[in-house]
Design a protein around this ligand. Sequence first.
Ligand code: ARG
Length: 562
Amino acid sequence: MDLKMIFADVLHEQVLPHWDKEKLYTLIETPKFSHMGDAAFPCFGLAKEQKKAPQAIAAEVSGKVHSPYFASVEAAGPYVNVKFDPVKAGKQIVSMILDQQQQYGTQTFGNDRTVVLDLSSPNIAKPFSMGHLRSTVIGNAIAGIGEKCGFDTVKINYVGDWGTQFGKLMVAYKKWGNEEKVKQNPIAELFTLYKRFHEEAETDPSLDEEGRKAFKLLEDGDAEMVSLWKWFKDESLSAFKEIYTLLGVEFDSYNGEAFFNDKMDEVVELLSEKGLLTGSDGAQVVWMTDDTNLPPCLIKKSDGATLYATRDLAAALYRQREYGFDEALYIVGQEQTVHFKQVKNVLAQMGFEWADHMKHIPFGLYLKGGKKMSTRKGRVILLEEVLREAIALSQQNIESKNPHLPDAEAVAKAVGVGAVIFHDLKNDRLNDIEFSLDHMLTFEGETGPYIQYTNARAHSILRKSNVEAGSFTGLADVESWEVIKQLRLFPEVIARSWTHYSTSILAKYLIETAQHFNRYYGKTKILSGDGDQASRVSLVAAVSIVLTEGLRILGISAPTEM
Ligand code: ARG
């Protein structure tokens, strides 16, 4: 049983038998500052019920509750603050973690409900950008957190495999392309062609017209265009999949934009049946409801071509039908906020209540020299290069620190990739991040490798110990109690991460956990000291369970030796 539950039990039995235990449990808070206590019960509700001041109630209640698990109970304003007893409570927490192993922290409030996540979704004709990296790693981590909370997740890679950029790419390929080169290095080569198109189009406006025509041919099913399109798509996808393998991210579906080409008629018909389509300069639009300040949503261009929004409408309908989602999350940069508001607004006007359960989860940009990195201008950083560089650097690091490490290659990969992923996840999602390879590849301070190293250190202690982890009878020193209190918060951190769709809450928690552990490690003779070695070693095992599981949820692996 967790200690919050013990506190709720005590309150229920000793002062509030007429209140529901579950309700008491949800009311209990964790104080902002640890010197105030480990758990706090706010007395506002009870004060209302008894028509007294909350401060008076807190004083009264604190005089009445007691438990062997509590070291102190104090009223602090309207709160009853409790400090847990390090030995009794510590035993409770550490034993629970050792007992539950990687199940520790698992929540059930998801109740197997389905959450569909739209993540990564790179565009075929363009390179996999740092923005797509953000979507991939943030989306994958949010899925991990959701699963830990008891949701069923469906991860969809809505690949950008349709749109006018294909026309441009085809024109560029036919003018300047080379089959061998594309085969050897599809993403970079297609990107070079794409950049060249835009450079030349600046002085030769007829190119844009050629691009439009080529795309029209593709839309009309022209055999040559279709086969080029398929080829580019296959080559790009297999290159993207190499990146996903490196990142350790898997998807349940790769149904991208083109998958919905034959599914848009239905949407357009529905919209017209419901009287929502309006002609505007030859195009078809849906006006937004009055309570919004949004521009109308373009459904069909004057030449009959459908748009990004049309495809997203068809995709949403399809996903609701196919998966019956309770929630649909779109992990996409904040520059697309208006687009998702429009799509939701249209679906709501169509009468779909589930439109309310679609959420855009935006994130900030990677900046370079304070500026947005644009694909067009070539101010873009290729993720694959970043990952390879990170792995090479961690390989050097490992060779100098531990030249005889078994499986060094796999460890270097885990550390290099972990550095890049964690660097992203520790930031508050909405913040822009200044791109710096140096920062990304720092292995000290608040980084993924720091947590990985700490965890490997814990494993090395466990390997060297001649007593087994498992029996924790209690430790009374300050450092171990700080570690235990931190471990206690893991389930709460998981739940809070889900509520905010936040990866940084968990990432920062893992940093702090590693810091607490390293302080403990610095002060304590874990293996050579006197006294209760089994308890000290058990605490080390509990730390490594939480670090490993926390990293796993974020999509980062935790080598046991480094
Ligand atoms: N391919 C798009 C881009 O790179 C992102 C797609 C996001 N998902 C969606 N359902 N619209 O900008």
